[in-house]
Design a protein around this ligand. Structure first.
Ligand SMILES: C[S@@+](CC[C@H](N)C(=O)[O-])C[C@H]1O[C@@H](n2cnc3c(N)ncnc32)[C@H](O)[C@@H]1O
Length: 223
């Protein structure tokens, strides 16, 4: 997501500090500390301006939600929107400004019930596929971070990325529990929470592709 550099971003992020996990490494020891209450936790990677994360927060009131965004100015918008809507939601949403490559440094195995990846960068050039958030190296990290039977929920507008991702899910031995090439006409349409990019693409008449993938643990793994 490209954005013009925003003014006073340091001060503006600091003004929303109560929604920010400044030291994500601390989550490894105590995932619930930023929330002050222990609850099952959901993770969104690449949250953009945070519309989806805020909807998750309102829908899953008995969960803690962590949303990660690597671009500070984009994360700042997510933080400011979260702050502006704090009276409409439970206090269960926190953000991390950082890159998903550090996930296994930040979080202990079995930390999350579900991971969401929505409209991730497609990295179309050959040689860059390993940067995709559905690449095998990421899927192996997700397997570790998810509880046994935990799920990845993936949405995209990009058919080649979707087809490639399904191949990776299969190659990693994951169970595809839901798949659609037209989410908004599927049986999951009513419960679907719409992201910023999803709103944009669907208003242009584009199909939204989605898969829910379950991660069984291998014997003895992270038990
Ligand atoms: C195409 S936007 C989609 C934003 C939002 N999920 C949506 O659906 O509207 C992808 C977002 O993911 C972020 N992102 C991409 N790769 C990331 C990574 N490895 N770690 C954290 N954030 C990432 C980008 O900065 C960008 O804001």
């Amino acid at each position: 997501m490209r954005m013009r550099k925003k003014k006073h971003s340091g001060e503006r992020i600091e003004a929303c500090a109560r929604f920010l996990i400044k030291e994500p490494l601390s989550c490894f020891e105590n995932l619930s500390a930023p929330f002050g209450v222990e609850r099952p936790t959901l993770l969104e990677i690449g949250c953009g301006k945070g519309d989806f994360a805020r909807q998750l927060s309102a829908k899953f009131t008995d969960h803690n939600i962590i949303a990660i965004e690597r671009v500070p100015d984009v994360a700042m918008t997510a933080l400011e929107k979260a702050a502006a809507s704090e009276n409409e939601r439970p206090d269960n949403l926190r953000f991390i400004i950082g890159h998903a490559q550090y996930l296994s440094d930040w979080f202990a195995p079995n930390s999350f019930e579900r991971i969401y990846v929505n409209f991730c960068d497609p990295w179309p050039k050959t040689g860059y596929h390993k940067r995709r958030l559905t690449a095998p190296t990421f899927l192996r990290v997700y397997r570790s971070l998810l509880v046994s039977g935990g799920e990845l929920h993936f949405k995209t507008d990009n058919q080649p990325l979707f087809d490639w991702s399904l191949e990776q899910f299969e190659a990693e031995g994951l169970e595809i529990v839901f798949v659609t090439r037209d989410l908004h006409s599927s049986e999951k349409a009513a419960e679907n929470l719409i992201t910023e990019y999803e709103h944009h693409f669907s208003s242009m008449g584009m199909n939204i592709y989605s898969a829910h993938v379950r991660f069984p643990k291998k014997d003895g793994e992270n038990e």
